[in-house]
Structures are given as C-alpha cells and as structure tokens.
Design a protein around this ligand. Structure first.
Ligand code: PRP
Ligand code: URA
Length: 196
C-alpha cells in the first residue's frame, strides 16, 4: 500500500502508472471494507455500492473483484473549485433500504462537502446513516471530521489522512487532482454544464 501511495503522490507519475497504483490501493481498501462487513455479519446480498463520479470509477475493478454480485449506484457530483461546494449532475441508484450496508467510494475526501452531499442524498433514498460506509484513498482531517459527524468513524476506510487543505481546497501533500490524473487529463477539465 505504502509503495503505491508514494507513486500516487509523485506528481511526475504518468497515467498508466497512476492507474496501476490506484488499482492496487483501491483493491486493498475494498478488501478491508469487505472484511469489516463480514466481521459484522453483513452478507454481499445486503450490500449496495455507490460510486461518486468521476474519480470513484477508479474503484470499479476492485468492486467487481470484492463484491461481484452487489448492485452499484452512481452519484454525479462535481466540486465548484471556487466555492468549494459540490454540484449535482446525475443520480442513478438501485433500491436502498434501512437494512442495506451502503458503501460509498470516492478516492478524495477534502472539505468533505461531496461526501456529506452523498450521505444526505442516500439517507433521503432510504439508507440508515449507521449502515453507510465510506472508502477513500486520501483524506484531509477537515473532511474526515465532517464525515465522521454523519456516519460512524469505524465505517470510514482510508489509505491515509494527510496534513490538511491548501487555500484552493487541495489536500496537502495529497496527490493533486485524482480524477484528472486517473483519466489522463494534462490540463484543466472542461466541465460541460458551464458551457452549455
Ligand atoms: C473530487 C473528489 C471528491 C471531491 C472531494 O472530485 O473525487 O468527489 O473532489 O472534494 P470535497 O471533499 O472538497 O468535496 P471532483 O468534484 O473534482 O470531480 P471529479 O471526480 O470529476 O474529478
Ligand atoms: N479533489 C482532488 O482530486 N484532490 C484534492 O486534493 C481535493 C479534491
């Protein structure tokens, strides 16, 4: 895990290597959450996975390996990089009840605004906050505190908690923009709805 995190942190790492390292880390994290659920007697048929787009797609292979039969929902959230607030653009979820363990996956937990919006939406769709889990690669302490006020701390699985956020809401030392690096964008993404 540590070696792969080092690769992710290195801003010189290219797309292919970044994806390979992300695959390794996400695989281990999904293995951790699967063990945690098994210890609590939660079977795969009681699990719903929820990917926060776009960066959460990095977990897709690990989900298919660790939870091959679990339904997978997606929530489309994009953080406004000026206001540091998440904006909704998509939602497509399987049926969710209070009995489900709902596992949110998103590599980055920065201010925690996106995770908070996802948790609140999932509660509205029927999830019990005590049974919501979050799996992420890098967190800032600010985001972790915000999320731990909504779901149990022991339901939050992270590879690392870093030092904090810079003035642009970027995690320090972090990995930079996980989505842009995983998807191989060499400069800023064009966000459709701002131009349509
Ligand atoms: C990133 C990341 C989280 C969010 C974290 O996604 O994957 O969803 O930012 O920041 P927060 O904790 O301050 O809300 P982003 O909105 O950049 O979209 P992307 O996945 O399309 O890159
Ligand atoms: N989103 C990212 O991809 N990286 C950060 O450091 C913060 C939010």
């Amino acid at each position: 895990m540590d070696a792969s995190l080092k690769v992710l942190r290195d801003r010189q790492t290219g797309t292919a290597e970044f994806r390979r390292a992300a695959h390794t880390v996400c695989g281990q994290l999904m293995g951790d959450v699967r063990s945690r659920l098994q210890e609590r007697g939660v079977g795969e048929h009681d699990v719903v996975i929820v990917i926060i787009l776009r960066a959460g797609i990095a977990f897709l292979d690990a989900i298919a390996d660790g939870f091959p039969n679990a339904p997978v929902g997606v929530l489309g959230l994009k953080r406004d990089e000026q206001k540091l607030e998440p904006h909704w653009y998509y939602e497509n979820l399987p049926p969710i009840s209070m009995e489900h363990a709902v596992v949110i996956v998103d590599p980055m937990l920065a201010t925690g605004g996106s995770a908070e919006a996802a948790v609140e939406r999932l509660q509205k769709r029927g999830a019990d906050s005590k049974r919501i889990y979050f799996v992420g690669v890098v967190a800032a302490p600010e985001g972790l505190s915000r999320l731990a006020a909504l779901i149990p701390r022991e339901n939050i699985v992270l590879a690392t908690v870093d030092d904090g956020l810079d003035e642009h809401g970027v995690i320090v030392p972090g990995v930079g923009d996980f989505g842009d690096r995983f998807f191989g964008y060499s400069s800023r993404a064009i966000i459709g709805s701002r131009y349509d």
